[in-house]
Design a protein around this ligand. Structure first.
Ligand code: HBI
Ligand code: FE
Length: 296
């Protein structure tokens, strides 16, 4: 992923910057008092937009997590207050980082139930698009789901699995599982589809696209299938994978990925928009959005 060169002054450096971190775990002080009123106003704008969209679209677990956390509409949340509530509920805490951190550092945090959240907030002229995770994506998108015990355990297992996958050379395969669940996952709920992925929940445009647009495929989540499927980091997904429940997601954490990696590495990869004969297709997408994007 490409770092954005625009972390506001007072909120550290983007991870792509050459400067070495002061600490090996990349953790910094959130610098709460350094947020400007303009930065809090950006949070308020982003929060308001999602507040209107999420009822009926976000899963119940996300909504409940949000309600039970000290996340207010008008101020960037204080990680100390978030951590106090999270720690009591699921044993997680939120630590501040300057942006993307190296994979091994990221996994080490997750394996120890620490969620690294960017402390900076996007600029007001970039409300809709950035690849570097900022405080709105990380806190609004990810932290509510960490109040859910199944997601809390799944994410810790992902951190442990990430450290292992690095040794096995299968990080790309594991990262796809993260991408298509924690970042862009949909879940069956109330007889329909709801979002739980943080990349969707924190995006005004993708919230509607992922659930209502006729362009993307919506396909039942299948572990080996997902491991073999490339994803897009620069545009909406061409396919969203749908889990049946968070129990089913947590059950993945108990599977030995070793043999699956071997098969996935030996088999051909799938493009983001592929639909396969064995897929359980909930919605077959038109592909219109991706096609239009490819034209000059
Ligand atoms: N660092 N801060 C941060 N947030 C992420 O989501 C993140 C990261 N470093 C690496 C990473 N994600 C992914 O590439 C891994 O899940 C593979
Ligand atoms: Fe994320």
């Amino acid at each position: 992923m490409e770092p954005l060169p625009n972390a506001p002054a007072g909120h550290g450096l983007a991870a792509g910057d050459a400067a070495a971190p002061a600490r090996a775990d990349w953790v910094i002080d959130q610098g709460y008092d350094a947020y400007t009123e303009a930065e809090h106003a950006t949070w308020r704008t982003l929060f308001e937009r999602q507040r209107k969209l999420l009822p009926g679209r976000a899963c119940d677990e996300f909504v409940r997590g949000m309600q039970d956390l000290p996340i207010a509409p008008d101020r960037i949340p204080d990680f100390r207050a978030l951590s106090a509530v999270l720690r009591a509920r699921t044993g997680w805490e939120v630590v501040a980082v300057p942006g993307l951190v190296p994979d091994a550092v990221f996994f080490e945090h997750l394996a120890n139930r620490r969620f690294p959240a960017g402390n900076f907030i996007r600029r007001a002229d970039q409300l809709d698009y950035l690849e570097e995770p900022d405080v709105f994506h990380d806190v609004f998108g990810h932290v509510p789901m960490l109040m859910n015990p199944q997601i809390a355990d799944f994410l810790q297992a992902y951190g442990q699995g990430g450290l292992r996958a690095q040794g096995l050379g299968t990080l790309a395969q594991l990262a796809r599982v993260y991408w298509y669940t924690i970042e862009f996952g949909l879940v069956r709920e109330h007889g329909g589809l709801r979002l739980y992925g943080a990349g969707i929940a924190s995006s005004f445009t993708e919230t509607v696209f992922a659930l209502e647009d006729d362009s993307p495929n919506r396909i039942r989540f299948e572990l080996e299938r997902v491991m073999r499927t490339r994803y897009r980091i620069d545009d909406f997904q061409e396919t969203y994978f749908v889990i049946d429940s968070f129990d089913a997601l947590l059950a993945l954490a108990r599977i030995d990925f070793g043999p699956l990696y071997e098969r996935a590495l030996a088999a051909p990869e799938h493009a983001p928009g592929d639909v396969l004969p064995d897929d359980t297709v909930l919605t077959r997408g038109t592909g219109r959005h991706a096609r239009q994007r490819q034209q000059p």
